[in-house]
Design a binder for this molecule. Structure first.
Ligand code: DAH
Length: 345
């Protein structure tokens, strides 16, 4: 009788792979090592083998028996482990699983969205512009003269590579979202109304109220007969919707090169209701944005026909508004990715 040991090896492996419980393991043991199992059968057959065949078959049978013993031992441990786990008495399968940590929108994103949403409800369209701008769009077209301090390299991040194709010498990181006004006017004919949210950059030393990068939202409405009263009405609706109906407002005369007349908008301090506290510096008022009527020089810079259009513009700082609204005292905390802070919003 001859044995095909190669085939037997394959069968053993297949059988072993199908063993999943201690019952099946016992059946496997009996099939191969039991009294009437295959291995004893092979040994019993050796008596009728020729002298030459006997040592080879004997060696194969021994190897096979050792191999099966090893499989038995390994499987035994494996099953023991598995059964121990599934019968553990302290395993409470009704305990809720570990909850996946879902992210959510950053407080600054939420603030940008809710501010823009109020203007969208009034017919404004959201526009975006690039963070790398030209000197023309960021300053010149906005009527900011070449000797204005904000154009100094201490106040604006200039990029190293002057573009020879460009009329103006330098590219820069925009220091305000106002260049978005220029891009919009170059691209569209009035009437239009846009809000332009985005990041702006200034080389300020970082402290509790300054960051080298922050966010602004620009607003621009240009048409044939836009009036100062439109500006006041629009921003009043915005403030009431965003800060609440009880808020008081004032338009304080101010100067911006790209608007005339210009104003800053203050709201009554909602912490103290206008009585004076540490948040409003005892003034009772909080400055929240700049605004004004678009300067004729700006229309000229984008080649609009003289005297044809009028417009209103405004610009606000997102961090400042979020800080006022939520009583946050340090701007740096927005950028630290600390979940203890972020999860509050
Ligand atoms: N660009 C101004 C700044 O960064 C903010 C601003 C003021 C924008 C008045 C305007 C505006 O559109 O009319 O300080």
């Amino acid at each position: 009788m001859s044995w095909n040991f190669q085939q037997i090896q394959v069968d053993v492996q297949n059988d072993a792979d199908n063993v999943a419980s201690s019952h099946e393991l016992e059946a496997f043991r009996i099939k191969y090592l039991g009294k009437k199992g295959l291995i004893p059968k092979i040994y019993a057959s050796m008596g009728i083998l020729s002298k030459e065949e006997r040592p080879l078959v004997g060696k194969n049978a021994n190897d096979l028996r050792n191999h099966i013993s090893q499989i038995l031992e390994g499987k035994k441990q494996e099953i023991k482990q598995k059964e121990k786990l599934s019968t553990r008495e302290d395993l409470d399968v009704t305990i809720p699983g570990a909850r996946a940590n879902l992210g959510h929108r950053h407080i600054l994103t939420q603030t940008i969205e809710s501010i823009c949403q109020i203007f969208v409800q009034m017919g404004f369209v959201i526009q975006e512009g690039p963070e790398i701008e030209t000197e023309f769009n960021n300053f010149e077209a906005l009527n900011i003269p070449i000797d204005h301090p904000s154009r100094d390299a201490f106040d604006t991040f200039y990029l190293e590579t002057p573009d020879p194709q460009q009329k103006e010498r330098y590219l820069l990181l925009r220091s305000q979202t106002s260049p978005g006004q220029i891009r919009t006017m170059q691209q569209y004919d009035p009437p239009f109304a846009v809000v332009i949210p985005g990041k702006v950059y200034r080389p300020d030393a970082v402290d509790a109220s300054h960051s080298f990068m922050f966010h602004q939202i620009e607003g621009l409405y240009v048409a044939r007969d836009v009036k100062m009263s439109d500006l006041k009405g629009l921003l009043t609706v915005f403030c009431k919707k965003f800060f609440g109906n009880d808020i008081k407002m004032r338009f304080r005369p101010h100067f911006f090169p790209f608007t005339e007349p210009s104003a800053e908008v203050d709201i009554s301090c909602y912490i103290c209701g206008g009585k004076g506290c540490s948040v409003c510096g005892r003034k009772g008022w909080l400055e929240i944005m700049g605004c004004g009527m678009v300067h004729p020089c700006v229309f000229e810079a984008v080649n609009y026909p003289k005297g044809k259009y009028t417009g209103l513009a405004f610009g606000l700082g997102v961090e400042r508004i979020a800080m006022l609204k939520h009583g946050i005292h340090d701007i740096r905390i927005f950028y630290e990715n600390d979940n203890r802070f972020l999860n509050q919003f």
